[in-house]
Design a binder for this molecule. Structure first.
Ligand SMILES: *[C@@H]1O[C@H](CO)[C@@H](O)[C@H](O)[C@H]1NC(C)=O
Length: 396
């Protein structure tokens, strides 16, 4: 996520609260990149060159970007295929929710204590900075935890998605009757924007919260499929991206690979920050799920609103976060319908992020539970839908 806080506050907090140097020398590794120019995209039509230090400075100023250096052609192949086939329309989503009878009982199995225990462990890594040994270790722990959570589910295809930096992304695939794929995403890396290679970054909200939220929804979905032997229509995948904070690097690598394989992704939902409600409540506003309305697929977003209304105990509120504010932007650039939900209105979101202060103590697990309800409901509604059966060939 992008940071809302002025750099001065960020710096003060970085220094005052925990100027503890890591004991592990492996985190001192950034300097070899000084001066290397990266190509970044800051709007659908604007690119520019920037060093790693300039990238950090942009993030400190709250400017979002994609670092497209490695994936400059993302979306080109799908765009060409579409135009050759004369396909203009995007994916159509169901008119209404269909599976209340199955989903409502499952929602009761979502458990706050699991999210809390997972987040306590996940925030105990000094940082989850993608270019650090700590980031590699946190990713290895997460992979192991996902595997344990699936508890021997035979259909599951679980694998790390390696990158040319230390921390891998992770993909958990639940094969359906078709290759049409619904993706549920969050990012696993954290960053301290002041000195990423030196300072700690617990990243409890950004995006430890999204990571454990989708993991809990995954747990309940897998448990249900194991128990009933049900096979969903669509393939459902859970993604934990690396290097969101580097300019959506992990998710671009994943969706670039999906585009090359001509993978048919019908929907992607990103959740980045799902636990902070303090500012909303202090402002006297109702606790809500923030549905992002800019740079998202309108059809998918409409369906998500219906899912929240049906399955969550709190309403949604509409809000915007700008270009490339999280990994759904990579899916969208690849030509796949994507959407984004966040803990609140964007201006009321957590302002401790990207510092040593992004801690669990500021978060609400009751609120995270609402996001887990949304996640599980959406995954099942779109996973089980027969909306796309037998139509074939009219979407990518
Ligand atoms: C998951 O756990 C099983 C059993 O311990 C192991 O054989 C398998 O390699 C693990 N998978 C991954 C992706 O780590």
């Amino acid at each position: 996520m992008r940071s809302l806080i002025p750099f001065s506050i960020l710096a003060a907090s970085a220094f005052s609260s925990a100027f503890v140097l890591p004991s592990d020398p492996a985190v001192f590794s950034a300097s070899s990149e000084a001066g290397v120019q990266r190509l970044i995209q800051i709007s659908p039509t604007e690119t520019r060159w920037a060093t790693e230090e300039q990238k950090l400075e942009l993030k400190r100023q709250g400017v979002n970007f994609m670092d497209i250096t490695d994936h400059q052609m993302l979306g080109m192949q799908n765009a060409v295929t579409r135009s050759e086939m004369g396909i203009m329309k995007t994916v159509e989503f169901p008119e209404k929710v269909m599976f209340e009878d199955t989903i409502k009982p499952l929602l009761k199995n979502l458990n706050k204590d699991n999210m809390k225990a997972n987040l306590e462990k996940f925030t105990s890594f000094y940082t989850r900075y993608y270019k650090s040994e700590h980031g590699r270790e946190s990713s290895e722990w997460l992979l192991k935890r996902i595997n344990e959570t699936a508890d021997g589910f035979a259909d599951l295809k679980l694998a790390p998605f390696p990158h040319h930096w230390q921390q891998s992304s992770i993909i958990a695939r639940i094969p359906g009757k078709t290759e049409k794929t619904v993706v549920i995403g969050a990012h696993q890396d954290s960053i301290n924007l002041f000195l990423p290679s030196l300072l700690g970054a617990p990243g409890a909200d950004d995006d430890g919260s999204g990571t454990v939220t989708i993991l809990e929804a995954f747990r309940v979905l897998v448990e249900h499929l194991k128990k009933t032997g049900e096979k969903l229509e669509q393939t459902v995948e859970f993604h934990w991206y690396s290097a969101e904070e580097g300019g959506l690097l992990g998710s671009q690598a994943v969706f670039s690979s999906y585009e090359k394989q001509a993978r048919d992704v019908v929907a992607m939902l990103q959740q980045d920050m799902t636990g902070f409600v303090e500012k909303t409540l202090k402002a006297g506003k109702p606790e809500s799920v923030g549905v992002i309305t800019d740079y998202v697929d309108p059809g998918l977003t409409e369906f998500i609103k219906k899912v929240i209304t049906e399955y969550c105990d709190i309403p949604y509120t509409l809000t915007e976060c700008g270009y490339a504010c999280s990994d759904h932007a990579s899916a969208s650039k690849a030509g796949y319908p994507s959407a984004f939900v966040i803990e609140s209105k964007f201006e009321d979101s957590d302002d401790h992020i990207h510092t040593t202060e992004d801690k669990i103590e500021f978060l609400s697990f009751d609120h995270m539970l609402q996001h887990a309800k949304l996640t599980l409901s959406l995954a099942y509604e779109l996973g089980a839908s027969n909306k796309w059966s037998g139509k074939g060939g009219d979407e990518l």
